[in-house]
Design a protein around this ligand. Structure first.
Ligand code: NAG
Ligand code: NAG
Ligand code: NAG
Ligand code: NAG
Length: 955
């Protein structure tokens, strides 16, 4: 014991020593602190910013990330910031008190990838040195008071993919390059987002701005003073999905080749001075939302595309000089919600058709020439129809409802309580959807181009709500619940929704929680459902933070306890687990009622907007699965677990499947189940068991997986399966499983932490290729508590990361720890804990590095092969022991582990790529395929899970 603590002290103190001795970053950080009021109290405490300053993250003792959203900072941004030369992320969003110019020293931050200053009080011109930020991918400077022109140098930031300068006071014209001398925004061929709305930009939109090399998906120039015609080069940018040019001073004809932009979902050209005929938009066949209102178009017949654009939800053509009769087919467009054709010259008889869209909510034809209405007798108010100012309403004595002026009906939606009765709370406290009083983090979400216009449809808010909760939880943020309220359209025609985020388990968030939430929203880590399009968030100051005193343990205590536990004191482990278990049971009792109404949130059968977004996974009915398993017969039952039974079955095409069927009473909420299948269906890798489908029918919840014939690695190691695993096979299995986990950590989007890596969860297929099973949340199917990730410890005794169960903070390194245990099990074939002995300790004790095979012959599995053939075993043991280091940051990443096992295989004379050669294209990131989100290709989001400071917070 004594020596273990001694080792630990060394481990704890080395990083601090390195940090303080190495560089001047802390001098400059202190200079920032001197400039700011309201820095977190932890900034006063510690001499080492890298270990404990809220919002600071370091790598190798250098500051790499400063994230301080919504901290109430007051002051300016001094030039010292430019000295933090390893800085990659700077997020100071939602600090209105940060004022003054943006220092030109910012350009020294050559490693900066994310510059996020949303809704601060900065002003003055944007420095030209912004163009020196050669690694920048994400720049959000929106909602400040910046003035002057857009620096042309920004065109030099070739990696930039997100450029948000909206809602400032920028003037001048949009800069484009000029031969070789002057850079310009046309050079940003990797950019997906130009958000420049709400400034005072002027001059023509340069034709040169647009080329066919561009990747732009969102072009948002609304509410500026741009003049001249829409350049026809716009039609070259085939990637466009949202075009907002409304509220400018644009003139001239709409260029005909705008009809080439076949991927555009939302187009706003309203409130300009466009002339010529109403444009031909027949080609825009995915168009959802169109607003051409208030232009000076020449008198045009009702366009033929009124009845061909089958994706339209919204057609706004107020005052556009349209003449003639409306085709009834317009109203049968399946998702049509709103039509505003007021102040035109629509005439004849209005015919809404016998089968108009059932989403149709309002039709405004005020001030037209309509003389009759086919459905006059049946008209029932289900649609808000406005015909006031038409001949049909001008006869005296007309009392039809559709002849009264339109009423504005604001949606009063707010997230309903979650099967509980809201509580009355003390001052400042708010009753959460789970009916507990807490101090929420609040703000407004602004959606710049939603694809829908019906604000009264609660299912769209539910999908946003669910996506948000899921995203926060995946980012390990301590969120209990989210409430969405008061959706309205503001004067910019943005959809504004008020958000309250409630803390989990506590009355208030701590600083880390607020910073994390702010970053999740300022960095667009949270992605809304597709129909919401692009957003920005304006967060409010969080006034409920506590001081630093008296909030918890010191990290060194934790370290010593962890060390003691790992050092061999299994008893401590057991006590801790017992404590955790008791805590979980208590929590379970408290929460038993929540989210118990799955079908209210998502009904798999009704095909509504909230159905899961699945890639490749099929929805099976109960009857189907029953047939495929011979009525879930005894003989097809191949296993059981806490959640229920596993059955084997076969599909009509002959494919074998394994079905996990939750027993009645251990099913989870519909929301969780949906989240889980969405997550699982996006994950595809040859070393991961893939989801074939699911069943959410007749109260059943089942997950359908591919059937893996050779069972678990555990079975093979124990001899139960009859497959002998020699050293070479074990190396291949280790490599395969490592690659599967690496994929989950590095390539899955969002990243997935397995949480229960063990030999029982690694399966072997017919070619003995390892496939990791039970990832995602599925292992905990049936545990009503499981959504609250950060506070419960999952996993299996013996494989569990000690740091994780002490701190309850889950990171990828917890899987690395478990994988280290798996590696040791692979060479010893012993259970992690056997007869009270812990495998990690046993191996360490038996080990003598000076001897052949590290003197481990005693503990090795005899069936592994002859000692003389165990090439690379020593290095294998080395990597295993690095994986089970006490603290996460001492452990390698899964990608390090993969590389090392590959090296070992080469050493042993095996080709690490041999078995995967036939499947070389197996890294398919599910998120990049059919899942149609406007942000689908936004590579930045790969950063989200990784870059958010997940450093252990000792408080
Ligand atoms: C784009 O539109 C123009 C004018 O309508 C047309 O001549 C041209 O062929 C189109 N280009 C492509 C690539 O579709
Ligand atoms: C509109 O454009 C389409 C091609 O996208 C063409 O087939 C159609 O004839 C055009 N309609 C009118 C009225 O010009
Ligand atoms: C059209 O312009 C008028 C006058 O500026 C304005 O009141 C109205 O709101 C505009 N309509 C739309 C739909 O933008
Ligand atoms: C509607 O207006 C058009 C164009 O002015 C005219 O040709 C047509 O006869 C009108 N239809 C009716 C039913 O008044």
């Amino acid at each position: 014991m004594g020596s273990t603590i001694g080792q630990l002290l060394v481990i704890i103190f080395i990083p601090i020593w390195l940090a303080t001795a190495q560089n001047d970053d802390f001098v400059y950080l202190r200079a920032l602190k001197e400039n700011w009021e309201n820095t977190p109290p932890s900034w006063d405490d510690s001499s080492d910013p890298c270990s404990g300053w809220d919002g600071i993250r370091c790598t190798n003792g250098r500051v790499t990330s400063i994230t301080l959203a919504s901290m109430g900072l007051i002051g300016s941004l001094p030039g010292d910031i430019g000295q933090l030369s390893e800085l990659e992320i700077l997020d100071l969003s939602y600090n209105k008190g940060l004022v003054g110019p943006l220092t030109s020293a910012i350009g020294n931050l050559k490693k900066l990838t994310n510059l996020i200053l949303v809704d601060c009080g900065f002003s003055g011109p944007l420095p030209n040195t912004l163009g020196d930020l050669e690694n920048l991918v994400y720049m959000s400077l929106n909602s400040n008071g910046f003035t002057g022109p857009i620096p042309p140098s920004i065109g030099n930031i070739r990696k930039l993919y997100w450029l948000d300068l909206a809602d400032n006071d920028l003037t001048g014209s949009i800069p484009v390059s000029n031969g070789r001398t002057t850079p310009g925004l046309d050079m940003l061929t990797n950019a997906l987002h130009f958000h420049f709305g709400g400034n005072r930009l002027e001059g023509d939109i340069p034709a040169r701005l647009f080329t066919s090399n561009m990747s732009l998906i969102h072009l948002l120039f609304e509410n500026n003073r741009l003049t001249g015609p829409i350049p026809s080069s716009l039609g070259l940018v085939k990637s466009l999905e949202v075009v907002r040019l409304d509220r400018n001073l644009l003139t001239g004809n709409v260029p005909p080749n705008i009809n080439n932009l076949t991927g555009v979902f939302e187009m706003f050209l309203s409130n300009n001075q466009l002339t010529g005929p109403v444009p031909n938009l027949t080609g825009l066949n995915v168009l959802n939302y169109l607003d051409l209102s208030n232009n000076t178009f020449a008198r045009s017949d009702v366009p033929s595309w009124f009845s061909t654009l089958q994706s339209l939800t919204t057609l706004h053509m107020y005052n556009t000089n349209i003449v003639g009769e409306l085709p009834a087919a317009l109203f049968s467009i399946p998702q049509l919600q709103q039509v505003d054709l007021s102040y035109n010259r629509v005439n004849g008889t209005l015919d809404l058709g016998s089968t108009h869209s059932d989403q149709l909510q309002s039709v405004n034809l005020q001030n037209n020439q309509i003389s009759d209405f086919s459905q006059r007798r049946q008209y029932s108010n289900s649609i808000q129809l406005t015909l006031v100012g038409n001949p049909i309403c001008l006869e005296s004595g007309v009392t039809d409802r559709f002849c009264s002026p339109p009423t504005t009906n604001n949606s009063l939606y707010s997230t309903p309580p979650n099967n509980c009765v809201p509580t009355t709370c003390g001052s400042g406290l708010v009753s959460s959807p789970n009916c507990r009083c807490a101090y929420p983090y609040t703000g407004n979400l602004f959606f710049r181009a939603p694809s829908f216009s019906d604000l009264g449809n609660s299912t769209v808010y539910q999908s946003l709500h669910n996506e948000m909760i899921t995203s926060f939880r995946r980012s390990q943020l301590p969120v209990d619940s989210v409430s969405l309220k008061n959706p309205t359209k503001n004067l910019d025609n943005y959809l504004v929704i008020n958000v309250e985020v409630f803390p989990f388990g506590e009355e208030r968030f701590n600083r880390t929680g607020i910073i994390g939430l702010g970053f999740s929203l300022s960095n667009q880590t949270f992605k809304p459902p597709r129909e919401y399009g692009t957003y920005f968030f304006i967060g409010e100051n969080y006034d409920f933070l506590l001081g630093a005193s008296g909030t918890g343990h010191k990290s060194s205590n934790t370290g010593v306890i962890v060390g003691a536990a790992v050092g061999g004191c299994v008893l401590v482990v057991l006590l801790v687990l017992a404590g955790m278990y008791a805590f979980r049971q208590k929590g379970r009792a408290e929460r038993a009622n929540h989210e118990s109404s799955p079908f209210a949130l998502w009904d798999a059968t009704n095909g509504s907007g909230a159905v899961p977004q699945l890639k490749g996974a099929k929805s099976f009915s109960f009857e189907e699965l029953s047939k495929y398993t011979n009525n879930f017969s005894e003989t097809n039952n191949i296993g059981a677990g806490g959640y229920g039974m596993v059955y084997r079955g076969s599909l009509p095409n002959g494919q074998l499947i394994a079905i996990k069927r939750a027993t009645q009473g251990s099913t989870q909420g519909g929301l969780e189940f949906k989240t889980e299948i969405e997550l699982l269906s996006r994950v595809h890798h040859k070393n991961l068991v893939s989801l074939v489908g699911f069943c959410f029918d007749q109260g059943e919840q089942m997950l359908v997986y591919e059937y893996i014939v050779n069972g678990t690695v555990k079975d093979s190691l124990s001899g139960r399966s009859g497959i002998r695993l020699d050293w070479m096979r074990r190396l291949r299995i280790a490599l395969g499983a490592a690659k599967g986990l690496q994929y989950l950590h590095d390539l899955a989007d969002p990243p997935i932490i397995h949480r229960d890596v063990k030999t029982n969860n690694i399966l072997l297929d017919e070619r003995l290729v390892a496939k990791v099973a039970d990832f995602g949340l599925s292992k905990s199917l049936g545990d009503a508590n499981r959504t609250h990730v950060t506070t419960q410890v999952k996993g299996t005794m013996g494989y569990m990361d000690p740091e994780y169960y002490m701190t309850q903070q889950l990171t990828e390194k917890s899987d690395v720890y478990s994988f280290g245990v798996v590696l040791l099990e692979l060479i010893t074939a012993r259970n992690p804990i056997e007869k009270g002995k812990y495998i990690v300790r046993e191996v360490k004790q038996a080990m003598d590095k000076s001897k052949e095979l590290y003197n481990l012959q005693e503990v090795l599995d005899p069936t592994i092969g002859l000692s003389s053939q165990l090439k690379g075993l020593e290095r294998f043991v080395d990597v295993a022991l690095r994986c089970v280091e006490e603290t996460g940051n001492q452990r390698p990443t899964m990608s390090d582990v993969v590389k090392e096992i590959e090296n070992i295989m080469e050493l042993a004379g095996l080709n690490p790529n041999a078995e995967s050669a036939s499947n070389s294209a197996s890294y398919t990131d599910g998120s990049k395929g059919g899942y149609e989100h406007p942000y689908t290709n936004d590579s930045l989001f790969a950063y989200s899970g990784d870059h958010f400071p997940t450093k252990l917070d000792p408080k």
